[in-house]
Design a protein around this ligand. Structure first.
Ligand SMILES: *Cc1c(COP(=O)(O)O)cnc(C)c1O
Length: 368
């Protein structure tokens, strides 16, 4: 059996090595390393793939979130409603801009923000809602948009884990005002370094975001608004253009691997991922749930099978964000999920023999 990896970026590269190598050399020889044609072409291709009007390349998914909020004018004293059960980037960027994250608990089946709990968290200071399509599955967007629209609050979709996922036949990202994408190497569409993108159907917002990523400037040395340096590298854009052509095939491979896991787990009493009827999961993570997780983790460690716990500490309990924190017990669904979730190796190069070994190891471990 091949050694099992959590994500196999090198294995995936080797399958398309010739195209990737030729593209990298072409960009290096061109001398155009930042922005330029590769970036604008990639922006057009992503906009086309997601059926949105505009896409703006930037340096990372974290920057995508920050630039999106900057474009919406979010700052000191504002509140942003989001989930405590995700990667730190959403909370971190809200706080960096001087705003306050206001958390809403998650749905226990999907781990996504519970739209029905959002209304109670809205105040006069609420300036945005940031749902996160966690693990690659869409948030239930219709009820969320209905609440946000009725209060005229813009929605920023954190789709860093969910490029290609859909909601009622529509790709996520263009449902809210802005969608934020990460091309971190381990993401479903991963670069060879950091990269990100922001998408929107709003032309004015797109223009503003194009300026923000280059120091608030449209014309060199003329600065119209406050911006940052968050440009997308030409090399990353060019390599991502090659990989984008494979994305749908890779999503199918992930979905097949998820189906195989589901089949193998069927006989055991283990909670596998819940796929909603209104969306298509792209399985950035395949996350099971175990009451006795530590037993399984110990066995996986002994057998050197990689796994992930996304995320072990909810954001409202993190030391760094204490000022916006809430006491333990405030979000019981999130806190319970943090204690029980376990993400298994998931990538396009996984084979059935490896999956069988992983599942058998878990089933045996929890029987003990
Ligand atoms: C990866 C990720 C981010 C941050 O993206 P980077 O490109 O690493 O900055 C933000 N939110 C979520 C949900 C993510 O998974």
């Amino acid at each position: 059996m091949k050694p099992i990896q959590m994500v196999d970026v090198v294995g995936q590269y080797k399958k398309i090595k010739k195209e990737i190598d030729e593209t990298a050399l072409r960009v290096i020889e061109s001398g155009q390393y930042i922005l330029g044609k590769e970036v604008s072409e990639f922006e057009n291709e992503i906009a086309g793939y997601l059926s949105v009007k505009h896409a703006v390349g930037c340096a990372s998914g974290t920057d995508a979130l920050m630039v999106a909020m900057m474009a919406l004018g979010i700052g000191q004293g504002d509140e942003v409603i989001t989930t405590p059960f995700t990667f730190a980037a959403t909370t971190e960027t809200i706080i960096l801009l001087g705003a306050k994250p206001v958390y809403v608990d998650i749905d226990p089946a999907t781990y996504n923000i519970d739209p029905l709990k959002i209304e109670a968290a809205i105040t006069k200071k609420t300036k945005a809602v940031i749902p996160v399509h966690l693990y690659g599955q869409s948030v239930d967007m219709d009820p969320l948009m209905k609440i946000a629209d009725s209060h005229r609050i813009p929605v920023i979709e954190d789709m860093c884990q969910a490029i290609g996922a859909d909601y009622k036949g529509r790709k996520v990202g263009g449902i809210g005002a802005i969608g934020c994408i990460s091309f971190f190497p381990s993401k479903n569409l991963g670069a060879f370094g950091d990269a990100g993108m922001i998408v929107t159907n709003d032309t004015e917002l797109a223009e503003k975001m194009h300026m923000i990523v280059v120091h608030g400037s449209r014309m060199r040395y003329k600065h119209e608004i406050i911006g940052v340096n968050s440009r997308l590298d030409a090399l990353q854009a060019a390599l991502l253009r090659v990989k984008l052509r494979y994305l749908d095939k890779w999503i199918d491979a992930r979905r097949m691997a998820a189906e195989e896991y589901n089949r193998l787990f069927k006989s055991a009493d283990i909670q596998t991922p819940f796929e909603v009827s209104y969306g298509r999961h792209v399985y950035h993570q395949y996350t099971i749930r175990l009451k006795n997780r530590s037993q399984a983790v110990q066995s996986l460690n002994e057998k050197k099978i990689p796994y992930g716990i996304y995320y072990p500490i909810p954001l409202h309990l993190q030391d760094a964000y204490k000022a916006a924190g809430r006491p333990k017990g405030t979000f019981p669904v999130t806190e319970k999920a943090s204690d029980e979730v376990l993400s298994l190796p998931m990538h396009t190069e996984l084979d059935k023999e490896q999956q069988e070994y992983i599942v058998q190891s878990i089933i045996e471990a929890i029987k003990k």
